[in-house]
Design a protein around this ligand. Structure first.
Ligand code: ZN
Length: 388
């Protein structure tokens, strides 16, 4: 597993070798469930020969529940697709260039884009395809009962960052971590939820520069990000899910309930499929989101006195006995001398003395020791084709 991960890291860096453009793209806003202008912005750089051309190609269609002769799906499909795009030409620019494609979003849109950059030396690089939704969501689906078609209320998951060029219920997501977000009952409206989602997702996967987000920024292409409909309530750690949120979250590997009311955030300790809360108006909202996802998506326990000190991760990061900590540490190549009791709780962890995200509420924290092993094992499993 470790060798595979190291090889993949090498391959990622090798892709950026001399003469080959580096290219990335992102749409903005990430998700908005109403009419708006969505802008796909590509950036490219090749410092030796310079960038000569950047092209953005997009496929825009209508989101459907993949029904017809089948039952409706929570994962959406696309119909009536139309291609569009833009080509930006540069005088072999050696500094970073940007190219933008604005798209007018109308109800029930689903868009896929890819970006290609070409250097003056004729080398090309292509970004991975991203699919996202926008506009008023689908709220009903047609069901074919053989002798009659009926229309039923129906919601799909709403892709925010779906790493695919073929949006369909049959598209495999086994090699991706499906990170879901739903609004808490305390959000003033759905727009407030999507407005609050934007900076948290941006920071975690793209724009933050602190140590805590290094891991998610490195592995962003392993994550799909989804928005779900109303129905969740996390107030005071209750975490209740009613329809339609309860139905849609079934396809998520972890669900964050975004809320504004102040209460201490918490989460289930679940290796995939759990849920937790994240308060959006905190200064360190993205850090709190990552800490809680450590619980509900990766099964990690708290490493501080007063938290939830049990684990469902592989390996566990907290233990009920010193011997269990030593055994797991030894199996994972970590010094057993680092096994330390968490306060006077009788619970143990491997502590290398650095700030760790399951203990220390600081932007300089990172996944450390056994929690790092656990989250990196998930990434390795994703690359092997099955994250969970
Ligand atoms: Zn915690």
């Amino acid at each position: 597993m470790r060798t595979l991960l190291s090889t993949l890291i090498l391959l990622l860096f090798a892709a950026g070798c001399a003469g080959t453009p580096r290219v990335s793209a992102l749409h903005d806003p990430l998700y908005r469930a109403e009419n708006h202008t969505s802008t796909i912005t590509a950036t490219a750089r090749e410092s030796r020969d310079g960038i000569r051309e950047v092209s953005i190609s997009a496929i825009v269609g209508e989101i459907t529940a993949c029904s017809g002769s089948f039952l409706p799906s929570i994962i959406p499909c696309r119909q009536s697709a139309v291609g569009m795009g833009v080509v930006c030409v540069y005088p072999d620019v050696t500094t970073e260039v940007t190219c933008a494609l604005p798209i007018a979003i109308t109800p029930r849109r689903i868009i896929t884009y890819t970006v290609t950059a070409r250097s003056a030396g004729g080398r090309t690089a292509r970004s991975g395809a991203v699919t996202y939704a926008g506009g008023a969501p689908l709220t009903q689906a047609r069901v074919n009962l053989g002798f009659v078609n009926i229309t039923i209320p129906w919601e799909t998951a709403r892709p925010v960052l779906w790493r695919t060029d073929t949006p369909s219920s049959s598209t495999s997501r086994e090699d991706k971590i499906d990170f879901g977000f739903v609004p808490d009952e305390d959000m003033p409206n759905y727009r407030a939820f999507t407005d609050d989602l934007q900076p948290m997702v941006s920071a975690l996967f793209y724009t933050d520069t602190n140590q805590f987000s290094q891991w998610t920024r490195t592995w962003k292409n392993v994550f799909n990000v989804w928005a779900g409909p109303d129905g969740a309530d996390g107030e005071g750690c209750t975490r209740s899910f009613n329809a339609p949120a309860s139905t849609v979250r079934a396809i998520f590997d972890g669900t964050a309930i975004l809320h504004r009311n102040a209460f201490r955030d918490c989460a289930s300790i679940t290796l995939g499929g759990g849920a937790g809360t994240a308060q959006t108006n905190l200064g360190d909202a993205a850090w709190v989101l990552l800490h809680e996802s450590g619980h509900f998506m990766f099964g990690l326990g708290d490493e501080y006195d007063g938290g939830g000190i049990w684990a469902a991760s592989n390996p566990n990061n907290v233990f009920a006995a010193k011997a269990a900590c030593e055994s797991a540490s030894s199996a994972n190549g970590l010094p057993i001398a680092q096994c330390a009791e968490i306060g006077a709780t009788g619970k143990w962890r491997n502590d290398d003395g650095n700030s760790t995200t399951m203990e220390d509420r600081t932007l300089s924290s990172d996944w450390r020791t056994l929690s790092a092993k656990a989250v990196n094992n998930i990434i390795s499993s994703c690359f092997s084709g099955n994250c969970y």
